[in-house]
Design a protein around this ligand. Structure first.
Ligand code: UDP
Length: 357
């Protein structure tokens, strides 16, 4: 009997981590199902892409489209054209897309127009800010999808509120919890020693959202806020942020230490050992919670509202004073708030694999 063929479409750092979880779960069904991976090329630097395939044991992509570096329209259009060609050749039973990038949208649209069922992992998230490219990508992908794997009750509610049929929605929990649990148990590395850091004496920061780093005044306010923390700030620098800092000619405060982007295993060690995390990332907000580290989110809104509601996360926007105050406040939060099972049981990958196979 022919195997069920699933084509997974990924292209950006957070998608490699999410896909690692589902690919590992799919291997349990390899007698009946096979997965082929398309890498769109959206993230292409070795430390934004290859390192994740190597250390997370993700199967090497079968197709590498080499699309990246253009505008949203150029990237999405070029990806759709190339994905369509692969799908016409491969004729999969299902296409699997993750999250909210241009690769996600391109994959979903290319598949749905060929009448290939689409499954969306991390469906139903909303920031209600349509200026974010990610928000448009999520909405259109959810409405193209045949199965929406939602991570939280809030995400399920958003999808239902937009009229998506409840039969299409499966709330499975968050694959990033699976990743955090699995890789924390198998990882050992010496990043803390390598950087000569004292555990719980530093802030870990990531910064890459377009609304922050493409806006000189917001970026400056964020740097000012971090400067006033009077703590060492470790900042693995996203290539987009590096480019903007140079373009804007901004100088970094002395307490901010820039390092190259790190692999996932080193990242989770930094997250576990930080006194707090200050970020504008989506995934890092949740990882802070998984590793019981307080979080300050330097955005005007978040998709992960349950973290703010339980007090594990404080939203500051790009407001210098709010950042300073939130850092002070976060350093005193009690560990008890990290005990709620907000993101499922850590078996989302297996539930997704079972459902699609
Ligand atoms: N990450 C990493 N190395 C870094 C910075 C982030 O491995 O130097 C991981 C992080 O642990 C999380 C994911 O990348 O799992 C988040 O990706 P990103 O912040 O780029 O995207 P977002 O979640 O905001 O879409």
């Amino acid at each position: 009997m022919a195997k069920t063929k699933i084509v997974t479409i990924i292209g950006a750092r957070p998608q490699f981590i999410k896909a690692a979880v589902v690919s590992r779960a799919l291997k349990q069904f390899e007698t009946t199902a096979e997965e082929k991976i398309i890498h769109t090329g959206q993230h292409f630097d070795a430390n934004m892409s290859d390192i994740f395939f190597d250390e997370l044991d993700i199967p090497k992509p079968h197709f590498h489209l080499g699309v990246g570096g253009g505008t949203h329209g150029q990237n999405t259009g070029r990806m759709m054209e190339k994905i369509e060609a692969v799908l016409m050749e491969e004729k999969p039973s299902m296409v699997l897309v993750y999250g909210d990038t241009d690769s996600t949208l391109a994959g979903a649209i290319a598949a749905v127009k060929l009448h290939i069922p689409v499954a969306h992992v991390e469906a139903g998230l909303r920031s209600f800010n349509k200026k974010m490219p990610e928000e448009i990508n999520r909405i259109l992908t959810d409405h193209s999808a045949d199965i929406l794997f939602t991570p939280t009750a809030t995400a399920t509610t958003h999808a239902l509120a937009e009229g998506i049929a409840k039969e299409k929605i499966q709330q499975v929990g968050d694959v990033m919890l699976d990743a955090a649990l699995y890789y924390a148990s198998v990882s050992s590395n010496t990043i803390i020693e390598k950087l000569s850091l004292e555990p719980r004496q530093f802030i870990l920061t990531t910064l890459h959202r377009a609304e922050n780093v493409d806006d000189k005044s917001r970026l400056q306010q964020i740097l000012n806020g971090l400067a006033q923390s009077n703590m060492t700030v470790i900042l693995p620098m996203h290539p987009r942020t590096k480019k903007r800092l140079l373009e804007f000619g901004l100088t970094l405060p002395v307490n901010i230490r820039i390092i190259e982007p790190v692999g996932y295993l080193e990242m989770i060690k930094l997250e576990e050992q930080a006194a707090l995390i200050a970020t504008d990332s989506g995934g890092v907000q949740k990882e802070a919670y998984f590793h019981q580290t307080p979080c300050v989110t330097m955005r005007d809104e978040t998709e992960w509202v349950e973290l703010v509601e339980c007090g594990a996360n404080i939203l500051t926007g790009a407001d210098e004073n709010k950042i300073v105050n939130a850092i002070q406040q976060s350093l005193t939060v009690s560990k008890d708030i990290f005990s709620r099972p907000l993101y499922g049981k850590g078996d989302a990958g297996l539930l997704i694999a079972k459902a699609i196979v």
